[in-house]
Design a protein around this ligand. Structure first.
Ligand code: ATP
Length: 338
């Protein structure tokens, strides 16, 4: 049965990598009908709003959205539309896998590095509770919100994810030595829930130590559960370990809808030049297919990506190759079509 999915092309390199991903899914003959909607700076310039009602209505109807990156003005201007969509649909778990892919040379190529960051996606430092103090912005405050309920939900999600995907260990990353109330609560909840999952190993690490451990021996991590801010930063770090942002996908799993996207941003430096690597969004589409129950198609898509990277003839500049987005996509479609 054909399922409808909301599609947001986004800003910067968004339209290029979304087009490439749609072509790959067409080659796979997935039973998906796209409902294209707008968001981001492009939507703001043309429609006067960065997040039209119609977009929210489409996501609410279809419950699944594939999204290119959206530009957020730095400092002033409208708030992050990525954050707004996640909050609106209570997309509480941001799942970001990083694993070594065939043919991609990094310091960890032979290490078996294969970790998944589960980031709390609704509160923490990104809850949006902040204000400037007059006169003339003499100071500013941002509140870190940490509810027991949200901590329980994300930690439980991480353990359930580990259980259903056959993973062995959950590492909870925090700063409870300094942020004694908020992160103290997160850690307390983590320790308590871990006792319900005796078959899965549990450890906790302070974020600064974690940053170092991830650079030295990242293969020792399996599932990592952490706060909104730390998850944002550590997942970019993890992307760097496996060869860059062009490879790392992300899923935002929610109670009302789920959104699939690349971890990277709009890459304005290469936008419109046909140089973007669409792998991250394609792998996000693989996570989407899994989420929609199309596991065989997801397996085929990931297998085809691995094959093109292994062959190494049509890889993009970020991975040391010379291929354009178009050439990479054509090679992928050829592998898919067999
Ligand atoms: P934004 O403000 O939207 O987050 P940014 O430039 O700060 O944009 P990214 O878009 O994540 O952050 O890009 C960081 C760097 O990684 C840039 O040099 C960009 O060109 C590169 N990059 C990101 N995504 C890709 C991709 N898919 N293919 C190739 N290079 C990429």
């Amino acid at each position: 049965m054909t399922q409808k999915v909301s599609l947001i092309r986004g800003d910067g390199i968004g339209p290029e990598i979304v087009e490439a991903t749609v072509r790959a899914l067409e080659a796979l003959e997935v039973e998906i009908e796209w409902e294209e909607v707008r968001a981001g700076t492009g939507a703001f310039q043309e429609l006067g709003t960065p997040l039209p009602e119609e977009t929210l209505a489409s996501i609410a109807r279809n419950k699944v959205v594939l999204k290119g990156p959206l530009e957020t003005p730095v400092g002033t201007g409208f708030r992050s539309i990525n954050v707004a969509i996640r909050k609106h649909f209570d997309m509480y778990a941001n799942v970001r896998p990083s694993k070594i892919l065939p043919g991609v040379k990094t310091r960890f190529s032979d290490s078996g590095l294969d970790l998944v960051i589960v980031r709390e996606n609704t509160e923490g430092a990104y809850a949006g509770i902040e204000h400037a103090i007059p006169p003339n912005r003499a100071a500013a405050e941002t509140i870190i919100l940490c509810t027991r309920w949200a901590c329980e939900r994300i930690v439980r999600y991480a353990f359930e994810y580990a259980k259903t995907t056959g993973r062995q260990k959950v590492t909870l990353v925090h700063k409870a030595n300094i942020l004694k109330e908020t992160h103290g609560l997160f850690l307390e909840v983590g320790r308590s829930i871990s006792r319900e999952y005796e078959e899965i190993e549990f450890e906790d690490l302070i974020v600064d130590n974690m940053a170092m451990q991830m650079v030295i021996r990242p293969e020792r991590f399996d599932v990592i559960v952490t706060t909104n801010l730390f998850g944002d930063i550590l997942s970019d770090l993890a992307a760097g370990l496996i060869g860059g942002l062009g490879l790392t996908p992300g899923a935002n799993i929610g109670s009302e809808a789920s959104m699939f996207e690349a971890v990277h941003g709009t890459a304005p430096d290469i936008a419109g030049k046909g140089l973007a690597n669409p792998t991250a969004l394609m792998r996000a589409a693989g996570m989407m297919l899994d989420h929609m129950g199309m596991t065989e198609k997801a397996r085929q898509l990931n297998g085809a990506i691995d094959e093109v990277l292994r062959q190494g003839e049509a890889v993009t500049g970020d991975l040391g190759g010379k291929a354009t987005t178009e050439e990479y996509t054509a090679a992928l479609v050829e592998v898919i079509k067999g």
